[in-house]
Design a protein around this ligand. Structure first.
Ligand SMILES: [Zn+2]
Length: 293
């Protein structure tokens, strides 16, 4: 009787005792990546949440309380989380912050300010690196290394999980290339709301035509708008894509002015996506539906 009870208690205790490491995450796609690589061994404290906007999120004192015993924070990096210096100061030596994208090869962000000062010029680099599957694959290894450093006995597990996830990304990349191949080279102009798809464009030979800047605040002035309309018409762009996160009025105005159709909303910053893979599949399908004809 006693041993039966003991084994029931052990079973009940099983899942609770499973997590060896607590990790706080600051970007929705990094939350998914940490889950993929951490598996059962890691408890994710998802501070930003699935619908969080990484351009504007900043952890509150309550968030930090929730993550109080996490020795590791994962951010996407490349300037996306502009509050990291102050967060580092608050955390002191209680926790380490790893910017997963920090050492990935970056591309320059399109900054449309032309002299006037907006005070948000930290985006000299385009921080939306996750739209390159190749970079997300490299980020998988970086994440496994970060987890292993925080939890050395788990190193083998993280390595194994990372290998399995990279194989999934290989498959996703093959599917993406096959789908994109349906869009003729001269149709590869990607007109979007904010400048989030530079890495995707670079990987697949598209010319990005963002209406807003790297942050959504930057709207084109009348001169820029006229140039934008001319560019869209010149290239006979097939569709203009809003975002699930933002569908500014200016896009509807543009479609009206140019007669170009509004495409299906893309996922730019990872918010609202069920997973990284789901985001890529959704975006690629939407882009192919809008441009492959
Ligand atoms: Zn963005």
């Amino acid at each position: 009787m006693r041993s039966l009870l003991a084994s029931i208690l052990l079973t009940l205790a099983g899942p609770l005792a499973a997590a060896e490491l607590k990790v706080a995450t600051l970007h929705p796609l990094i939350t998914d990546l940490a889950k993929q690589v951490g598996g059962e061994r890691v408890e994710i404290i998802d501070l930003i949440g699935r619908n969080g906007d990484p351009h504007h999120f900043e952890p509150s004192p309550e968030d930090l309380q929730r993550a109080a015993d996490a020795p590791l924070y994962l951010a996407s990096g490349m300037g996306m989380e502009s509050y990291l210096d102050s967060l580092r100061e608050i955390l002191g030596n209680k926790a380490e912050i790893v910017e997963v994208g920090k050492d990935l090869p970056s591309i320059e962000g399109k900054c449309d300010h032309e002299g006037h000062d907006h005070g948000d010029h930290e985006h000299a680099v385009d921080p939306h690196w996750w739209h390159s599957i190749d970079l997300f694959r490299r980020a998988t290894t970086i994440t496994a290394d970060a987890l292993a450093k925080a939890d050395p006995p788990g190193a083998e597990t993280y390595k194994r999980n990372a290998t399995a996830y990279r194989a999934k990304l290989d498959e996703l990349e093959r599917w993406t290339r096959k789908e994109i191949a349906r869009i003729p080279r001269d149709k590869r102009h990607l007109a979007t709301a904010h400048a989030a798809f530079g890495y995707f464009c670079k990987d697949h030979g598209f010319e990005p035509i963002p209406v807003q800047g790297v942050n959504r605040e930057q709207m084109p002035d009348p001169k820029k708008l006229a140039a934008l309309i001319a560019e869209l018409k010149e290239h006979q762009v097939g569709a203009i894509f809003p975002e699930k996160e933002s569908n500014p009025k200016i896009l509807q105005a543009l479609t009206k002015d140019t007669g170009i159709q509004l495409g299906e909303a893309l996922i730019a910053d990872g918010s609202t996506a069920e997973s990284y893979e789901a985001m890529i599949r959704h975006n690629v399908s939407a882009i192919v539906a809008g441009l492959a004809k």
